[in-house]
Design a protein. Structure first.
Length: 301
């Protein structure tokens, strides 16, 4: 009887372990973070031209591999502080389900695959830009700035601004000046978006001794910084209209979205509540999504 139970349960255990391994590898790539990055890639592609569905798919997969590779290396490097933060303690490495070197190799191979796919299916410029995003996120943000300065997310936020440039380059065949507009918008947007989130999880950052702005400078200072960077985001968003890259449809969308972004920023400054911080964080996601959709609408009408 016992032998039957043992042999009968073994395949279940194997299948369960395999599913867990797959789930952990997926978790290394931070799929929730990737959604917005890929959205900016796709919308930038359609704003830049009329790509084939195959080019879009190849660019999305290539960009996803690059982002996933950077995230996996981030898991490997940050394993010591992930153990200290409640929201990251169940990640594959700090939970003990995965050895650190496995995450590192997953990250490196995903990055190699990304470069090869983008170079072959799109062009070398797109591949190099994706590689630059990987290098910025891993080298500049994760390894250099994150544990050293409150400017970590301001400068490090450039990493998230590379995907639209990758998409633009994939369509145009090389680097285009117009791709700097979505790049600059994402860069400016990252600060208020992330600082609103950091208000909600600042205790975790404090426990890991990570110098995020609300931990080091306090809530009031962070609220003011969010207002300033929200204003910078709105200004940067209308620059493409001034230069003639986008027209009145995009301008109307950018201004409407910008008014609400500023309103929510001032509400957070005035109230200083978790609810206001969460509201701004969630609206920032809507803001970027609709703004980039506006680029496509303006380009196609």
């Amino acid at each position: 009887m016992s032998t039957s139970v043992t042999t009968g349960s073994a395949p279940v255990r194997v299948h369960s372990d395999a599913r867990q391994l797959v789930a952990d590898i997926v978790a290394l790539t931070k799929p929730k973070v990737q959604v917005l990055l890929l959205l900016t890639t796709v919308t930038a592609m359609y704003a830049a031209g009329s790509p084939s569905i195959w080019l879009v798919l190849a660019t999305v997969v290539g960009g996803s591999l690059a982002s996933g590779g950077a995230s996996a290396v981030n898991h490997w490097y940050d394993r010591d502080i992930d153990c200290l933060m409640e929201r990251t303690q169940d990640r594959p490495i700090p939970s003990g389900r995965m050895q650190p070197h496995v995450a590192l190799w997953v990250g490196l191979w995903l990055t190699i695959a990304s470069f090869a796919l983008l170079a072959l299916a799109a062009n070398v410029t797109a591949a190099l830009l994706a590689l630059a995003g990987f290098a910025w996120y891993v080298g500049v943000y994760t390894m250099w700035l994150k544990r050293r300065t409150t400017n970590n997310i301001v400068i490090g936020g450039l990493a998230g601004a590379f995907p639209p440039m990758v998409g633009w380059a994939a369509v145009t065949g090389g680097f285009a000046v117009d791709s700097l507009y979505p790049f600059a918008i994402v860069f400016a947007w990252t600060a208020p978006h992330f600082w609103a989130l950091s208000m909600l999880i600042k205790d975790d950052y404090a426990a890991a001794n990570i110098p995020m702005l609300p931990v080091v400078k306090g809530d009031a200072y962070t609220f003011k910084a969010i207002v300033i960077w929200s204003a910078i985001t709105v200004v940067v968003s209308v620059v493409p209209v001034i230069t003639g890259a986008f027209g009145t449809i995009y301008l109307a969308i950018a201004l409407l979205l910008g008014v609400e972004l500023m309103r929510q920023s001032f509400v957070l400054l005035r109230k200083g509540t978790r609810a206001a911080a969460l509201s701004l964080h969630l609206y920032a996601l809507i803001y970027l999504t609709v703004l980039f959709a506006g680029m496509v609408l303006d380009a196609k009408i």
